[in-house]
Design a protein around this ligand. Structure first.
Ligand SMILES: *Cc1c(COP(=O)(O)O)cnc(C)c1O
Length: 359
C-alpha cells in the first residue's frame, strides 16, 4: 500500500483526517474471525466508505481478501467499480431503480431487488444479469414482504439469484426480542431455497452464529465504531490552530455570546466547523484534546471555525485533535447527542485525507 502521507496535504489551512488502513483491515479480519470459516465476510462501503473514501477503503479490504462489497445506490457502485476494477462483487442495496439498467450492466453491479416492481424491471431490462433479493423480515424499510415474496419466489429462484438478504432493526441491542423475531421470519422465508443468504451487519455478527448464514455485511465495525467494542480506532482528526487570544474575565466568545470567561482564558480558534461535519449540537459540549489534556469547546460551533479553551495548556499547539486516541468516534457522538455513524458520514470534503497510522 503506497502511503499518500504528505501528498494530499496541501497546506496547514484545513484539518487533517488520518485514516489508518492497517486498523481498518485488522477490524475486517477480526469481524471475519467471529464467524465460521465457510461464512464469507463482505464489506459495506456506502456513503463513500462511511466518509473515509470508498475507493481507498475498498482497495485496502480487497487487498486483504474481501471479495464482496455493498453500496447504497448505483452511483456509488460506479465510483467503486472504478476504484476496484473488475472482479469483486458489488451489490446495490437500493436495488434496480428506473434508468439504472445500462449502468448496472456496464459496470457489473448487482442490484438487490426490493419489490415485485423492481423484479419485473430487472427481468425485462437485464435478463440474465446477476441480481440478489432483499426481503423485509420486520424492519419495514426495504425489501419484499413475506406475502409478496411468496407470490414471486418460484419465478425469482428459477433465475438463480446470487444472494437473498434481510436487515436487522435492533442488532445493536443483543437482548432485544426483535432479533429473534426477525431471525425466525427470515428463516421462514428462506430455509431450503439453496441460495446464499445474509442477515447480519456488524451488530448481527456479534449476535452469534445463528445470525451469520453464508455472508455477513459489516460496515461500522470496520471503521472502528460501536457496537464492535473491540474495534481498533481508524480515524484521527487534527484541526490546525489559526489564532489564539487572551480573553479577560467577563468577556464572551463566539456567536450569541454563548461562552463567558469566568476567569482570564486563552482561546484557540481552529479550522473546522459544522460545514465540515462538526455538527452544531456539539456546541458547549464537545472536547478537543492535546495529547491527554482535554480542551473544552468554548461556545457555539461556527460554519468553518471552533473556539477552544486552551487555558490548561502550557504552550500553544499547532493542532488540536477532535478524534483520535483520546476521543473515539462514539465518544464524540455521545457529546453531540448522536451516533458514530452520523459523525463519520458527516465528515466533510474540506479535510486533507491521509492514509497511514491514525495514532
Ligand atoms: C448500512 C447497512 C449495513 C452495514 O451496517 P453496519 O451497522 O454499519 O455494520 C448492512 N446492511 C444494510 C442493509 C445496511 O443498510
Amino acid at each position: 500500500m503506497t502511503s499518500r502521507a504528505g501528498l494530499s496535504l496541501g497546506g496547514m489551512g484545513t484539518g487533517i483526517l488520518s485514516i489508518d488502513l492497517d486498523a481498518l483491515v485488522a477490524n475486517w479480519r477480526a469481524l471475519d474471525a467471529l464467524s465460521d470459516a465457510r461464512v464469507e465476510t463482505a464489506a459495506v462501503v456506502k456513503a463513500d466508505g462511511y466518509g473515509l473514501g470508498s475507493g481507498r477503503v475498498a482497495r485496502a479490504l480487497a487487498g486483504a481478501g474481501a471479495r464482496t462489497f455493498f453500496v447504497a445506490v448505483t452511483e456509488e457502485g460506479m465510483a467503486l467499480r472504478d476504484a476496484l476494477g473488475p472482479g469483486p462483487r458489488i451489490f446495490v442495496f437500493s436495488g434496480h431503480m428506473p434508468g439504472d439498467a445500462e449502468r448496472l450492466r456496464d459496470l457489473a453491479l448487482i442490484p438487490l431487488v426490493n419489490s415485485v416492481e423492481q423484479l419485473t424491471r430487472q427481468f425485462e431490462a437485464l435478463p440474465g444479469h446477476p441480481f440478489g433479493i432483499q426481503l423485509d423480515s420486520g424492519m419495514n424499510r426495504l425489501g419484499m414482504e413475506p406475502a409478496e415474496w411468496a407470490a414471486v419466489r418460484e419465478i425469482a429462484l428459477a433465475q438463480g439469484p446470487d444472494l437473498v438478504m434481510s436487515h436487522l432493526a435492533c442488532a445493536d441491542e443483543p437482548g432485544h426480542a426483535m432479533n429473534l423475531r426477525q431471525l425466525r421470519a427470515f428463516r421462514e422465508m428462506t430455509d431450503g431455497i439453496g441460495v446464499p443468504r445474509s442477515l447480519g451487519a456488524t451488530g448481527g455478527i456479534l449476535l452469534g452464529p445463528d445470525y451469520h448464514f453464508d455472508l455477513t455485511r459489516p460496515g461500522i465495525g470496520l471503521y472502528g465504531g460501536e457496537p464492535f467494542a473491540e474495534a481498533r480506532p481508524v480515524v484521527r482528526l487534527s484541526l490546525p490552530v489559526i489564532q489564539t487570544r487572551e480573553v479577560p474575565a467577563g468577556e464572551t466568545v463566539g456567536y450569541g455570546n454563548a461562552w463567558l470567561a469566568k476567569n482570564p482564558a486563552r482561546i484557540a480558534t481552529v479550522a473546522a466547523g459544522y460545514a465540515d461535519g462538526l455538527i452544531r449540537a456539539m456546541g458547549g459540549r464537545a472536547t478537543l484534546w492535546h495529547g491527554g489534556t482535554p480542551c473544552p469547546l468554548a461556545g457555539r460551533v461556527s460554519m468553518d471555525l471552533l473556539t477552544v479553551d486552551i487555558t490548561a495548556l502550557p504552550e500553544t499547539p499547532d493542532f488540536l485533535d477532535i478524534l483520535g486516541p483520546a476521543q473515539s468516534v462514539d465518544a464524540l457522538a455521545r457529546a453531540a447527542g448522536t451516533i458514530g455513524y452520523e459523525i463519520l458520514t458527516a465528515l466533510g470534503p474540506r479535510y486533507a485525507r491521509r492514509t497511514g497510522a491514525a495514532a
